[in-house]
Structures are given as structure tokens and as C-alpha cells.
Design a protein. Sequence first.
Length: 206
Amino acid sequence: MERRTAELEEANQQLKREIEERIQVESRLEKLASTDPLLGIYNQRYFFTLAEEVFNQSRVNQDDLSIILLDLDHFKRINDTYGHRFGDKVLHIFAEATKSMLREEDIFARYGGEEFVILLPKTNLAMATQVAERLRNKIEKTQIVTNRGGDMSLTVSAGVAALDIEMTLNIDILLEKADQAMYRSKGEGRNKVTVWANGLGSLPAG
């Protein structure tokens, strides 16, 4: 009887270990599927999964919701001048600086290449604009030591848009507004924040 009890206990422990290992594997796979492998922040695919949920909830509850689209200025020039490994370092510095300024509930993701997106729940347009401007200012003041011994600065162009319960039908429309605003920033000299609000209005940098 004691031997049988010991065997059952061992079998239970083995089963417990297998379940824990499976949970760990599934957790790692889920993280790989949802995050950017270089930066460890959400990837575009998972961003849309989360954003759809937050967007729909915001519309139902009539909560404020804003979005910021950011593009690192002249990033190709950085890669061409200092190499792709240094470019990866710049992306890391930008991502860490951005994360340090966001709330836990904010959704920060790599949108593609050197473009990033931030979804800000319960945040109106004026508040989101302040976030974007503070982030632009922080990035501009960050000095990055290059692999050639000198320092370089980095700037970003940003577009900001907010949910309009009457007009914004889905997350894609909200993103399109932010995208138009961001490209206005780039077209007007970069290193600035542009706000989409019943058309495009510009908030100068600095």
C-alpha cells in the first residue's frame, strides 16, 4: 500500500511538472506572437487585437480615447551612417524612453520599421497632445553616443487624433487621422506634433 501511494504521489508530481512546463511554453509562445522580437513591445498584429477591444469599449461607454503615431526622423540616414546594429540601439533607446512616460493601461507598439503607435484610453485630444509633445521634447534632448565616438540627437514626428463618437467608426479611421497628422509633421520640417481635429491643425515643436 505504501509503495502504491508513493507511486501515485510521484505520478502526480510528474503530471504537475508537465503541466507547469506546458504553461511556460504556451506563455513563451504567446509572448513571441504578441511582441516585437527586437524591442519587446507589442507588435502591429497584437496591437490591433488590443486596440479593437479598447476602441469598442470606449465607444460603448463614450469614453475618451486618443492615439499617437510616431516616426523617427531620418532613421534611414542613421542606419546608412552608423550601421544597422547602431540603428537597433537607437530603436531600443527610443522604446525605453517612451515606455518610461506611459501609464500601465496605455498600449505601445511598433507599427512598422521606425514607426510606433500609442493608444491612450480615457485620454482626450488635449491630454494626448501634451503626452506627444512631452515625448517629442524628451527624445530631442536625449544624446546618444555613436559608434564613432561622438554624440547624436534623435527627433520624432508625431500625429495625434482622438475618438469622435459620431464620426470615428473603427480603429482604422482613427489611425488614418493620426497618420495624416504625422505626415503633416514630416512635411513641415519634422520634429513636431500635429493634431488632427476637424481637419489638420499644427502644434509647433518646442
